[in-house]
Design a protein around this ligand. Structure first.
Ligand SMILES: [Zn+2]
Length: 307
């Protein structure tokens, strides 16, 4: 019954009702999303959003931890911080990690409730409310900054704050810039149950995984650790949810795609716990470009046919 209801809501524009169903029936809603992923993978991608200077300062330590565990990862970077902190970003490129264009200024970075987010240099505009010309400028400027400072030509993108601030208006822009993918949509709101899909103009979208306890939200460190009254702040809780997701995907197929904020993931110990789990899990962890190659090389196995 719940499954049927969710399937029905999933077809329409009933996002508020879908979220209400997720609150009332989290387990059934989580399973409904994950069941739609069966037959894909299993694969895992791990990414970091380098939004604030405190995150950028954590990068060398995050980078060396990932190298120690031999885990591939992707980093969504902001042009203005690449200009201000070139060395911290250069170490990512030198270690072979993938960088995503996260715009030049990360619109809407300012937040009055958090000391680290009150800087006068932080944007107060919303990305989704920028006119198309401004959106394009944010993406183009970050691209040029990466090339100029790091000698790195990005081919992947993440919308600032993704989810509800993401807009399909970016796909034609990304397509024109020869970008190959974005990772900006929530699995619960995606048309293919959370597995990667072609979003338009040859650009692929890699949806972010649901939180098993809040399936129409995303399992990430902001939701779990960073925001005021975090949803999963007890030590080990975020990792337990990640393990729940990973075991589900390993057992039935599917896709784990989570993002973490470098500073909080590191300081909380959750990053190390997640890496400890991944080391023994047998999950295949790739960066987005390598996953895309795998999908394109074997479409009959990995493409979701839909129902
Ligand atoms: Zn949650």
């Amino acid at each position: 019954m719940v499954k049927r209801l969710l399937r029905y809501l999933g077809r329409g524009r009933w996002s508020r009702l879908r979220q209400a169903a997720g609150v009332c029936f989290p387990e059934a809603s989580f399973m409904a999303i994950m069941e739609a992923q069966q037959g894909f993978g299993p694969f895992c991608t791990l990414s970091f959003d380098c939004d604030f200077p405190r995150d950028v300062e954590a990068l060398p330590e995050v980078c060396s931890l990932l190298e120690q565990y031999g885990v591939a990862a992707s980093f969504a970077c902001i042009g203005q911080w690449v200009q201000r902190y070139p060395a911290e970003h250069r170490c990512l490129v030198e270690a072979g990690f993938e960088l995503l264009n996260h715009t030049q200024t990360h619109p809407n970075l300012y937040h009055p409730d958090y000391a680290y987010a009150r800087g006068a240099d932080l944007s107060r505009k919303r990305f989704d409310l920028l006119v198309p010309r401004e959106k394009r400028a944010e993406i183009e400027e970050a691209h040029a900054t990466f090339v100029e400072v790091l000698g790195y030509a990005a081919y992947g993108f993440r919308t600032p704050h993704f989810g509800t601030l993401h807009t399909p208006e970016v796909y034609p822009i990304l397509s024109e810039l020869k970008y190959r993918f974005s990772s900006s949509v929530m699995a619960g709101a995606s048309p293919r149950g959370g597995i990667p899909y072609q979003a338009g103009g040859g650009v692929w979208e890699f949806p972010l995984s649901p939180c098993p306890a809040h399936p129409f939200g995303v399992l990430d460190s902001w939701h779990s650790l960073s925001k005021r009254d975090p949803a999963h702040g007890r030590p080990g809780e975020l990792t337990s949810l990640f393990v729940r997701l990973g075991e589900q995907v390993q057992g039935r197929g599917g896709y784990v795609n989570i993002y973490l904020d470098p500073r909080d993931a590191l300081d909380s110990g959750e990053l190390r716990r997640i890496l400890d789990y991944l080391r023994h899990s047998g999950l295949v962890v790739l960066n987005y470009a390598d996953l895309l190659e795998r999908i394109l090389a074997d479409p009959t196995r990995h493409l979701f046919s839909g129902t």
